[in-house]
Ligand binder design. Structure first.
Ligand code: ATP
Ligand code: MG
Length: 347
């Protein structure tokens, strides 16, 4: 009798051709059916290159054949065309942003889990890595932009070049672009559907980012059209999924992960925010939302748990005061620094 865990373990060692990441963590394995000693695996893949499924087929067959007592192995492939942004939103094809070396998206399925906080602090922590990389941060949330506020520049108004390109605002050494710069409190946010797509593209491409080592994208919460448009119109090199330890957030993190798998964006890993309460009085840790949720979810997705960020007053205050906590050197700053190191290594 073959058990599913053993099959998963084997598939987790089959890598996606050309990547170090395996097919399981890429979310390509849709179904594992076991009948006695016989195993049937359903693989779903979006690619136009026939060599990719062929290679996966060969590798998975060979790996599974080594499982003791295994009977017949059947691999079903569901091959789809990669989503074409041109068809969906009138956008040009997926391409890189001029001058930008690596793009990392910070996403969450659920709102309010601290995605913007993580994105802002990740950007700061990346810029503090060895060699002082040049970092940009783009707030792609058209409905509730917060990056401007987090960097204390919510009253800044970006200038445009003669070519009508927007010059990002700089704060704490990071180049920032945010819808918050273009709106004031009374502006109605009526950017929906096709307009949202156009704005987002202008945001990403129509800015004079200059030479950047990393561009961090703070995606809007959820896994809808806007998120898909963004990850389809620019070449995203990796995605960081933010969750809190609560069950609902974990379920939504799973949805975010499967969205990235669909468009072939590799997932760097999971960040568990508000992991534990860090008491300012005694430095004691209290796991108020329970323990182990982020770890278990990361394992389920077959990706690393990149960090556990405590919930503490200082982090919220730092956000509100326009000085991200990663600029300092406490326990939370260290956690963000570690996160940045892992992200940089992955990219
Ligand atoms: N680790 C933390 N410790 C304390 N406060 C935090 C922490 N993470 C986030 N917060 C606070 O929680 C609130 C929501 O965080 P944030 O805006 O980063 O979430 P979000 O996921 O980007 O939300 P949205 O879905 O609205 O974009 C903010 O007030 C922020 O300061
Ligand atoms: Mg946000």
């Amino acid at each position: 009798m073959i058990d599913e865990t053993a099959v998963r373990e084997v598939l987790a060692r089959v890598s996606y051709p050309g990547f170090s990441r395996d097919i399981l963590s890429f979310g390509l394995v849709k179904e594992i059916a076991i009948d006695g000693d016989d195993v049937r695996v359903k693989v779903e893949i979006a690619t136009r290159d026939p060599a990719v499924p062929q290679q996966i087929y060969t590798d998975a067959q060979a790996a599974l054949a080594k499982l003791e007592g295994i009977g017949e192995v059947k691999l079903d492939f569901d091959i789809k065309d990669p989503p074409d942004a041109g068809a969906a939103g009138g956008a040009v094809g997926k391409s890189s942003i001029p001058g930008v070396k690596k793009v990392v998206a910070v996403a969450s399925g659920k709102g309010g889990v601290g995605k913007s906080t993580v994105a802002a602090n990740l950007a700061v922590a990346l810029s503090k890595l060895e060699g002082s990389p040049a970092v940009g941060l783009c707030d792609c949330d058209l409905y509730g932009p917060s990056v401007a506020l987090m960097f204390g520049r919510d009253d800044a108004r970006p200038m445009a070049t003669e070519q009508n390109e927007i010059i990002p605002i700089e704060a704490h050494g990071i180049k920032l672009m945010s819808m918050g710069f273009l709106l004031d409190d009374s502006s109605p946010v009526i950017v929906r559907g096709p307009l949202a797509t156009r704005y987002t593209q202008q945001f990403l491409r129509g800015c004079t980012w200059g030479e950047l080592d990393y561009l961090v994208l703070d995606l809007p919460p959820g896994t809808g059209d806007i998120q898909l448009t963004i990850v389809q119109t620019v070449a995203v090199d990796g995605a960081v999924v933010v969750t809190t330890p609560q069950e609902m957030a974990l379920i939504d993190a799973r949805k975010a992960a499967s969205m990235f798998a669909k468009v072939n964006v590799p997932i760097v890993g999971v960040v568990e925010n508000m992991s534990y309460f860090l008491s300012p009085s005694d430095g004691e840790r209290y796991p108020i939302f329970g323990e182990g949720g982020g770890q278990a979810e990361a394992e389920r997705l077959g990706v690393p748990l990149l960090g556990q960020i405590p919930i503490e007053m200082a982090t919220r205050e730092a956000g509100d005061n326009g000085r991200p906590v990663a600029l300092g050197d406490g326990e939370t700053a260290a956690a963000f620094s570690d996160l940045a190191g892992q992200v940089a290594k992955f990219l």
